[in-house]
Design a protein around this ligand. Structure first.
Ligand code: ATP
Ligand code: MG
Length: 433
């Protein structure tokens, strides 16, 4: 509030205090959003629900820093991934170190596992929620600062771990009431040996169609042909449609891993469909790859994605450590929500007359300390204060005048029914609970 201005009046944009003219048209940075009112409530509901469901699966919440040494990401996400080549927010800090705002959560969790000496205390089951940063073209469901929830199950190499992680994600969608809008698409990327064989098969196929490939896909042809399967270019998509699938290239081990995973998912009641085109944007996956997709959000159809990343902890400088996990975009989940908790209606304490104010202050504090959302009307006559209570969507008005103050009572008016009765101040909290 600028001092000296009449109530309710906004300071002129250039009031002389602020000499920098460019500050007159301050806007949120492109691709960032403020979370206010229902936007925040949706956001918080997604996190609260996910946290609660993940806890039933035994996940503990971690919070890692939102910026890391750039190498945490450049080393591990793969130097052909979109995230590393085009999307990272990297800068040199005042000490000359290269820092990156985290574009995703898994690398930081693995870094924390290694630097915290937890690689000998496995399994670790990690849940996290927080902001991520990618320099992308902003559009509906795609932002430069966005938020993810995620789960990582680090240690077990059995397909049961993959199934549990996926089931946890599914149960979160169920708890949010949006599982009906999403489909789980499942694939396997095989083990190292299958990947190598598949890679050769893809290179052979794409080389035959070199002339029709986008420049970006051409550049990936030798380095990482699997990433071409994930291309968003329309011309590439037509070629990708007829590319070989991985199944015939799978080793016996990889094929039985995948079969076992499907068996567990069926037993856990998690519906899925196989999609051999799911490869995931980041390079560190093997075996399981999956996405929960929706057609309710237009082009930004993936709400949750994940898979097995057995090589990542080792790349971070730890011992070879199997792991599987997923991340989901909170903004996209929020957009799908049909219901989310509303703010609780307050009760409003209204003193009428100066001598009632101290008693009213005692009453409002008593209510708050009893866990009841309570407001106190500041000024104006009874009518103005009642209007304000209605505007706050209050469920009850607690009117305390000089007479009530002297007798230690209040008039409690139910604002939904209009009913009013007298209640002793000492009974207020129980009466309103
Ligand atoms: P996309 O193909 O949509 O770019 P991605 O493969 O880059 O997704 P992941 O790295 O797997 O996404 O991140 C997991 C989830 O995080 C996505 O499924 C999506 O819900 C969300 N997400 C990713 N990038 C953004 C973004 N820029 N804005 C909002 N949500 C995002
Ligand atoms: Mg992306």
């Amino acid at each position: 509030m600028t001092p000296g201005l009449p109530r309710g009046q906004v300071a002129p944009r250039n009031d002389g205090v602020n000499k920098d003219a460019s500050l007159n048209d301050l806007q949120p940075v492109r691709g960032t959003r403020d979370l206010i009112g229902d936007d925040f409530r949706r956001h918080a509901h997604v996190i609260d629900t996910a946290r609660r469901v993940a806890a039933t699966y035994g996940f503990d919440e971690w919070a890692t820093p939102i910026f890391e040494d750039t190498r945490v990401f450049s080393r591990t996400l793969g130097d052909t991934s979109d995230v590393v080549t085009k999307e990272m927010y990297s800068f040199e800090d005042r000490g000359g170190d290269s820092i990156t705002l985290r574009p995703e959560g898994t690398a930081g969790v693995c870094r924390a596992l290694v630097t915290g000496g937890l690689t000998q205390s496995l399994p670790q089951k990690v849940f996290y929620a927080g902001p991520m940063f990618r320099y992308e073209r902003p559009q509906k469901g795609r932002y430069r600062q966005f938020h993810q929830i995620g789960c990582e199950l680090i240690g077990p190499s059995e397909p049961l771990a993959d199934a549990e992680v996926i089931a946890c994600g599914w149960d979160i969608l169920v708890a949010l009431g949006i599982s009906g809008d999403t489909v789980l698409e499942l694939n396997t990327l095989g083990d190292a040996e299958s990947k190598l064989a598949y890679r050769a098969g893809l290179i052979a196929y794409f080389t035959e169609h070199k002339a029709q490939l986008s420049e970006e896909s051409l550049s990936r042809l030798e380095r990482n042909p699997m990433r071409i399967l994930d291309s968003k270019d329309a011309g590439d998509k037509a070629i990708v449609a007829h590319a070989p699938v991985i199944k015939p290239f799978l080793t016996e081990h990889a094929a039985s891993f995948y079969a076992k995973l499907q068996e567990h998912l069926a037993r856990m009641g998690v519906p899925y469909r196989e999609n051999p085109r799911i490869v995931r944007g980041l390079d560190y996956y093997s075996h399981t790859a999956f996405e929960f997709v929706t057609d309710a959000l237009g082009a930004q159809g993936t709400v949750m994605g994940g898979g097995r990343y057995d090589g990542l902890v080792e790349e971070m400088g730890g011992p070879p450590t199997p792991a599987v996990g997923w991340a989901a975009g909170i903004e996209r989940l929020s957009m799908l929500l049909a219901i989310f908790p509303e703010t609780e209606s307050p009760v409003t304490v209204i003193p009428t007359g100066a001598d009632a104010e101290p008693v009213a202050i005692d009453a409002v504090q008593l209510l708050r300390r009893a866990g009841i959302r309570a407001e106190i009307g500041y000024r104006g006559n009874l009518k103005r204060r009642m209007e304000r209570a209605n505007k706050q969507n209050a469920r009850a008005a607690i009117i305390i005048g000089s007479d009530e103050a002297a007798r230690g009572v209040a008039q409690v008016k139910n604002l939904a029914t209009g009913e009013q009765h007298e209640v002793a101040l000492s009974d207020l909290a129980t009466h309103l609970a």
